[in-house]
Design a protein around this ligand. Structure first.
Ligand code: CDP
Ligand code: MG
Length: 172
C-alpha cells in the first residue's frame, strides 16, 4: 500500500438533492483527509475530457449532459482525498457504478437511481485506479489548489491579470 490521492466529484444530482453533508460524512469514515475542494461549473470540454474513455458508449451524450448539470444544477463539488490506499478506500464507500447493484450501505446504493432514459444517476464520481486518479486530479486541479501534492510540480513565469476585491474604503 502507498499514500495516494483520488478525485471525488459530487455530481449535479448529489448537489440538487442536498446530499453533500451525507456524502462527506460517509467519506470521513475512510480516515482520509481532504487536500483540495472547489465548486466547478463543468464545461462540455472538461466533461468530454474527463469521460474520454467512454466516448464510444451509447450513453455518452446523456452522461455529458448529466455531468454538465443539464438535468439538475449546473455545478459539481470537486474534492481530492489523500492518504493510505485512498483510491480503493473511496471506491469501496462509493459502491458499484450501477446504483441498483451497489451495496445498500454504499453512497451509490443509498442515494443513486437509474433514470427512465437509463442514465445512472449515481451521485458521485471516484477515480478507478492510480493512472486515472493522476490524470483526473491534474485535469480538475492546479497544484496551488491542493494543500499537499504527490505529483511533481514545476514553476513557470507568467504574466497575467487577476481579479481582486475592489478597495472601496477610499470611496466617499
Ligand atoms: O463511475 P464509475 O468509474 O463507477 O463507472 P464508469 O464505467 O467509469 O462510468 C462513468 C459514469 O458513466 C458512471 O458513473 C455513470 O454515471 C455513467 N454510466 C451510465 O450512465 N451507464 C452505464 N451503463 C455505465 C456508466
Ligand atoms: Mg470510472
Amino acid at each position: 500500500m502507498s499514500v495516494q490521492q483520488t478525485l471525488v466529484l459530487i455530481k449535479p444530482d448529489g448537489l440538487a438533492k442536498s446530499l453533500t453533508g451525507n456524502i462527506l460524512t460517509e467519506l470521513s469514515g475512510t480516515g482520509l483527509i481532504v487536500v483540495g475542494a472547489k465548486i466547478v461549473q463543468v464545461t462540455r470540454e472538461l466533461a468530454e475530457e474527463h469521460y474520454q474513455h467512454l466516448r464510444e458508449e451509447k450513453f455518452f451524450d446523456e452522461l455529458i449532459r448529466y455531468i454538465m448539470g443539464e438535468f439538475h444544477v449546473k455545478r459539481i463539488l470537486a474534492l481530492v482525498y489523500h492518504g493510505e490506499n485512498a483510491i480503493a478506500s473511496v471506491r469501496e464507500v462509493v459502491g458499484a457504478t450501477n446504483p441498483e447493484q451497489a451495496h445498500p450501505s454504499s453512497i451509490r446504493g443509498k442515494f443513486g437511481r437509474i433514470t427512465t432514459k437509463g442514465v445512472f444517476e449515481n451521485v458521485v464520481h471516484a477515480s478507478e485506479n492510480q493512472k486515472e486518479a493522476e490524470r483526473e486530479i491534474k485535469l480538475w486541479f492546479r497544484p496551488h489548489e491542493l494543500i499537499q501534492a504527490i505529483y511533481a510540480v514545476e514553476s513557470k513565469k507568467v504574466t497575467k491579470t487577476e481579479s481582486f476585491w475592489k478597495d472601496e474604503s477610499k470611496k466617499k
